[in-house]
Design a protein around this ligand. Sequence first.
Ligand code: C2E
Ligand code: MG
Ligand code: MG
Length: 312
Amino acid sequence: CPEDGPDDACLMRNAGVAMQHVKSGGRNAFEFYSEKINTVSLERLLLETQLRRAIGRDELVLHYQPKVDLRSGRIIGAEALLRWQHPEHGLVPPGRFIPLAEESGLIVEIGEWVIDRACAQMAQWRAQQGEAVRVAVNVSRHGIVSGSLLRTTRDALLRHRIAPRQLVIELTESMLMDRVEVIAARLNLLRALGVILSIDDFGTGYSSMSYLKQFPVQELKIDRSFITGTPQDRTDTAIVRALVVLGHSLGMRVVAEGVETEAQRTALQALHCDSYQGFLCSPALPPQAFIARLQEINAAIVKTPAVPARAE
Ligand code: C2E
Ligand code: MG
Ligand code: MG
């Protein structure tokens, strides 16, 4: 006193701010109060309050990134990516609010909204465009462990009359690490519904191969970090080649993430990767723009013989 506050009430409040800051950074440390952490804490608090309201105010939206078949060039599906249409900040990417949603528990409600919205969108495309688009959604570990994902998925598929194999659920490696038996049991129930399970950002997490054996996964998505160096970097290319062979040997479809150049696409084709996503085709688009792009690209391609289905 007086540097950190003019009176006891203020000093105690600021000490609390410092303590919260330490806790959010992973505990077991110490922190002195500063104006800066107060600002950061206030910003977080504000964002959390706004996010809580965003769900009810229809400020969350899903954009859809095309998934392209590498043999035919056709758009064969989409990944639904969450955006927050913030009244002041504009379109906020998920990296800026998903971690906050996870810490505050809001992720459960958001996760339920995402699944329902994606299924509603598939139903709308079917009714209005006659297109059965396969859509992938990203989910949180919380939803899997608590069982809310299973319940929500079952309800949404029934409510919107969506064939379960039209829905893909993307999981990351780090989600599958702890409490393996619980996660495996939950995923088996999800799989029993008929939905497709996919491992996202493959190769960046703990890269233990054991979960490929333990979890009922049908699709493997190679992380963008390996695609960036393909084909000019020999190590990255070798890793991609090995991951494609690994996935196929286990009966999985293999998807490359973050394809930005024609050279990458050609290399992936030569490596027999099944499909890709990336800015080369398109970033994630609002629903109407996505379906227009799908119809435009697919109409331009002479129908090629069906690609043999892998691991449905
Ligand atoms: P992700 O599932 O791996 O999604 C791919 C991210 O890479 C997306 O970023 C996408 O816009 C970006 N991307 C796609 N193609 C390219 C490319 O060619 N180059 C580059 N540089 N980037 C590309 P986004 O939309 O910001 O999403 C980031 C992450 O946020 C996602 O990673 C996912 O983990 C998470 N996320 C997104 N939507 C949801 C959601 O509904 N629920 C949950 N729990 N997480 C979500
Ligand atoms: Mg994903
Ligand atoms: Mg990914």
